[in-house]
Design a protein around this ligand. Sequence first.
Ligand code: CUA
Length: 187
Amino acid sequence: MTVEDSRNGAAAVARTERNWAVIAVTIIIVMTLLAVVAGLHRATMPQSEVQAVDPARLHLSGEFIEANLGSERGVDGAVTVRVIGQQYSFTPACILVPTDTPITLRATSADVVHGLLVQGTNINTMLVPGYISEQPMRFTKAGDYLMPCQEFCGFGHEGMWGTVRVIDKAAFAERAKGGGRLSCVGE
Ligand code: CUA
C-alpha cells in the first residue's frame, strides 16, 4: 500500500462519516421541527369546552343519576353512553353498543382519578372527578372488548374492569325500541 493509497482511503472514510453525520443531523432537525409544530398546534387549540359536574351529587340529580346510566339511542340512531367510574368498578360494568354507529361516551368519576381504555381500539380517556370526559367511539366488529381502568386508583385498581359488548346494529335497535337505557349487566 502506497502513501497515496492510504490518503485516498482516509479521504473516503472522512467523506462517508460526513455524509452520515449530515443525515443524522437532518433527522434530528426534522423531528425537532415536528415536535415544535405539534406542540404549538396543540397549545393554540385547547379543548373546545370543559364540562364540569359535582362528583358528590352525581347520584342525586343531573345526567349521571343511576336511571340515566348506560346506552341511549337518539332519534337519529346515534348512541350516547354514560358511565361512572368509582373505586373499584364501572357503572354499568357491561356497556352495550351497536356496530357501525357513531357513539359518544360521556364518563366521569365519583371519587378519585380513574382511566378507561377499550382494548384493541384507540379509545382511552381519563375519568377525573369534577369533569366529564367525552370520547367518540365507533365499532365495526361485534364482540366483547375488555375495558380496564388504566390509572392507578388504589389497592383495588387491578380488579377494576368493565366490558364493552358490541352487537349488531339491528339487534341493538330492536332492544332500544322501548326507550330507556341499555346495558349488558347480568347477561
Ligand atoms: Cu380505577 Cu384504576
